[in-house]
Design a protein around this ligand. Structure first.
Ligand SMILES: O=C(O)CCC(=O)N[C@@H](CCC(=O)O)C(=O)O
Ligand SMILES: [Zn+2]
Length: 337
């Protein structure tokens, strides 16, 4: 296998490869760009016009998606997968990956869309570097199709194990076709966002015009302990995207895909913040109207008043000013186009 196919090994070892460009026997070019960053270019005759950004390790301890990208890249470097798409593979936070931690100094996934300019330190520099890498990858050619999957795992167990978060931009509708593709890739639910955010997928969606998603793929575990997460459908879908084949097999449908929208984000304002849910509560647990969810300084209280409300990402340990939970409600999908 080509040495650049071992991007994960190189990244975990903190090694810069001596040969930065390698060609597979079928003419696919691999180019190492930076720590954890590798561009794949198919031969011109096979290029189908898709620019596919695949990222994982934005949170360093979320290993199942990192291992998935490693398998895809090795498949290409072994000449087993034959790309028709241009692809940028990114391991988001190499230092956090080496430490097995979510982040080093601060959450990288809160620093995009220029938010890094208001900050400093390790993750702020990395967010700026990642933005540059992606801008250069997508380039100025607006005739090509831009697609970004930012792969994650969640901190806690979930009643719906594999789900997507679909970013938001003023005046832009969410795409039914993209959701059909996600359904075929084993995604069971999609959360339609309704406000701007500083995550990586929100950046590529709103600033760079890509179709972009954060994919949550089970519970975060250490390297080599991901056998309980079945990513076969997603892996098949990514093989198809990479090779320029149709992901949806048969008639496209959203049947079985659960849609939600954000009702409220619970923001932690102070050290007095209290979240009144069991420590082991699962994502997508339903909360009854009247439930006192959280309290904070100045008698701030979050009481559930939505029918069919569910909670995701409850985390009272986030820094002040950050999101400590999201309350979501079922969505009919009326705004899809
Ligand atoms: O499990 C948790 O509590 C957090 C999981 C996580 O990191 N989720 C992403 C979602 C990104 C998005 O909103 O698109 C994050 O919070 O960064
Ligand atoms: Zn994550």
């Amino acid at each position: 296998m080509l040495a650049l196919g071992k991007l994960l090994e190189l990244t975990l070892a903190g090694h810069e490869p001596s040969a930065k460009i390698q060609l597979t026997p079928d003419g696919t070019r691999l180019r190492w760009l930076d720590e954890g960053a590798l561009e794949v270019t198919p031969p011109a005759a096979r290029d189908n016009g898709l620019d596919l950004l695949l990222s994982a390790g934005i949170h360093g301890n979320e290993t199942a998606p990192i291992e998935l990208l490693d398998r895809l890249l090795r498949g290409i470097a072994r000449n087993e997968l034959h790309p028709a798409a241009r692809i940028l593979f990114l391991f988001g936070n190499p230092e956090a990956m080496r430490r097995g931690d979510r982040y080093v100094e601060q959450d990288l996934n809160r620093l995009f869309s220029g938010r890094h300019e208001q900050s400093s330190g390790f993750e702020a520099i990395r967010a700026c570097d990642l933005e540059h890498l992606v801008v250069n990858f997508f380039g100025k050619d607006t005739g090509r199709t831009r697609l970004h999957y930012d792969l994650h795992t969640a901190i806690r167990a979930s009643r719906i194990e594999q789900f997507a978060l679909y970013p938001w931009e003023e005046g832009r509708a969410h795409s039914r076709r993209e959701l059909e593709r996600l359904r075929a890739a084993g995604i069971e639910a999609v959360l339609l966002q309704n406000k701007a955010s500083t995550t990586f997928s929100a950046y590529t969606y709103a600033q760079l015009g890509a179709e972009a998603f954060t994919l949550e793929l089970g519970k975060a575990r250490a390297f080599g302990q991901n056998e309980l997460v079945n990513l076969d459908l997603l892996e098949n879908a990514l093989h198809a995207l990479i090779e320029g084949r149709e992901v949806v097999d048969g008639e496209p449908t959203l049947d079985g895909l659960q849609l939600f929208s954000v009702s409220r984000e619970v923001i932690k304002h102070s050290d007095s913040f209290q979240l009144h849910v069991p420590a082991d509560i699962e994502n997508f647990t339903e909360l009854e109207p009247g439930y006192l969810l959280a309290e904070d300084i100045a008698d701030t209280r979050w009481i559930v008043d939505e029918q069919g409300a569910r909670i995701i990402f409850p985390n009272p340990k986030v820094k002040n000013g950050h999101r400590a939970a999201i309350l979501i409600v079922p969505d009919e999908g009326a705004g899809l186009v």
